[in-house]
Design a protein around this ligand. Structure first.
Ligand code: ASP
Ligand code: MG
Length: 417
């Protein structure tokens, strides 16, 4: 690394590198960042929808392709982009080098398709930086030191690659370039009056991402908050326009100082929604014992493999209830009845399919009953809630899929305005 220079990590998502023209524009922006005297590591996604296309090809050959081979296939997508971007940078007279996840020393567990990062070595990146090069790293991929196999981090995982690299390499900030302008108070396609949030704290971004806001990979939010990284989410189509800054500090609750309801009032940052959910109810027949414990552990692990982070609650002494997508519920149900998670439960049931889980993300709901009551009234007026989960930083409300737009608008109106 050129020592006395500032250092940033920039990440460009699929749409931002979706064509050669887009790659040229990205190269221009990287070049202009570099011209300001900044060390740059760039993390790229596969071009456009390429990851989906590759998965579709694999599925044409086999309904159940080996996970190892799927990872080999998918990691090729990011490799194409990184080499093309590096070529474009060379064409602009800049020194640059592209590296795969494995060459960058991104070490993961051996779980193909949804590997977790264990450690980042980053030696080759550091050397290349100190050599004055711009380093392009393939997002969404790593290598398992145990199996020596190439792995992928789960769909949308290049956000995670970027924040993990920025954290470990000590970048002063991480810029995530997307096809949206930043984080909004709600999806503007659902709530036309939704506003771009200038700055927000990590706890809120993390809750928002887990509650389904697609703007940031949830695991990336976790890593960034854990390492206290400053991240900016912005549009690659308007590189000069400020996006949303997400920082560790809760003092960034700008609303706090201006909240007309007073400084002790609950804050509401944003509202998001996950559709096509249901409740998977698993009755083990008994609440206690190793068999139940193993069963629950198996379900939790399988949910993780499916990329689900459900709201979970115990319904009765023997019954645990998981709020998951209908698709995952079906898969888990058949895995359970095939005994693939230890013992076979006494019964499983999928209830309320076609439910949307709305997440209201804020802070201080537990000390602000009037805010919770206001949310309840708004949701009840616009739909028929079937589920409530109240925590200090997120309210989860289950309503019918078809009512979810109206309920999100009503909540936005009542709580954000
Ligand atoms: N190309 C991968 C995907 O589409 C990774 C990413 O876009 O972040 O899931
Ligand atoms: Mg992609």
């Amino acid at each position: 690394m050129i020592e006395d220079m500032e250092f940033v990590v920039q990440k460009y998502g699929g749409t931002s590198v979706g064509s050669l023209d887009r790659i040229r524009q990205v190269a221009d922006h990287v070049a202009s960042t570099r011209a300001q005297g900044v060390n740059v590591v760039v993390v790229v996604s596969a071009m456009g929808e390429q990851t989906d296309d590759l998965i579709a090809m694999a599925k044409e050959l086999s309904p159940n392709p080996p996970r190892r081979e799927v990872d080999m296939l998918l990691t090729a997508g990011e490799r194409v982009t990184m080499a093309l971007l590096s070529i474009a940078l060379h064409e602009r007279g800049l020194k640059s080098v592209s590296l795969t996840g494995s060459q960058s020393g991104i070490l993961t567990d051996e779980n193909h398709g949804n590997a977790r990062i264990e450690k980042i070595l980053g030696d080759r990146i550091r050397h290349a930086l100190s050599d004055g090069a711009i380093v392009i790293v393939a997002g969404f991929q790593g290598v398992s030191p145990k199996t020596k196999e190439v792995t992928t981090l789960g769909r949308g995982g290049s956000d995670l690659s970027a924040v993990a690299l920025a954290s470990v390499l000590g970048a002063s900030r991480c810029e995530l370039y997307k096809d949206v302008d930043g984080v909004f108070t709600a999806d503007p396609r659902i709530v036309p009056g939704a506003r771009k949030i200038a700055a927000m704290p990590w706890y809120a971004m993390s809750e928002l991402a887990w509650a389904g806001a697609g703007v940031l990979h949830a695991r990336a939010a976790h890593v960034a908050s854990r390492f206290g990284l400053a991240v900016e989410i912005r549009s690659s189509f308007k590189p000069q326009v400020r996006g949303t800054i997400v920082e560790p500090s809760t003092e960034l609750d700008v609303a706090m100082s201006t909240d007309k309801n007073g400084m002790e009032h609950a804050l509401v940052h944003a509202i998001t929604c996950k559709q096509h959910m249901c409740f998977l109810e698993v009755d083990t027949g008994t609440a206690e014992g190793d068999a139940t414990g193993n069963l629950h552990a198996g379900i939790l692990e399988s949910l993780w493999h499916h990329g689900e982070a459900p709201v979970i609650n115990q319904q009765s002494s023997g019954t645990m209830r998981f709020m998951v997508t209908v698709k995952t519920a079906g898969v888990i149900q058949s895995e359970l009845s095939a005994g693939r998670m230890g013992s076979v439960p006494k019964s499983t049931k999928i209830s309320l399919p076609g439910t949307a889980a709305i997440g209201v993300v804020g802070n201080g709901f537990l000390q602000s009953p009037e805010t919770v009551a206001k949310a309840m009234a708004a949701a009840r007026k616009a739909g028929t809630p079937v589920f409530w989960d109240v925590r200090n930083q997120v309210l989860t409300i289950g309503v019918k899929d078809e009512d979810s737009g109206a309920v999100v608008r009503a909540l936005h109106d009542a709580l954000i305005g």
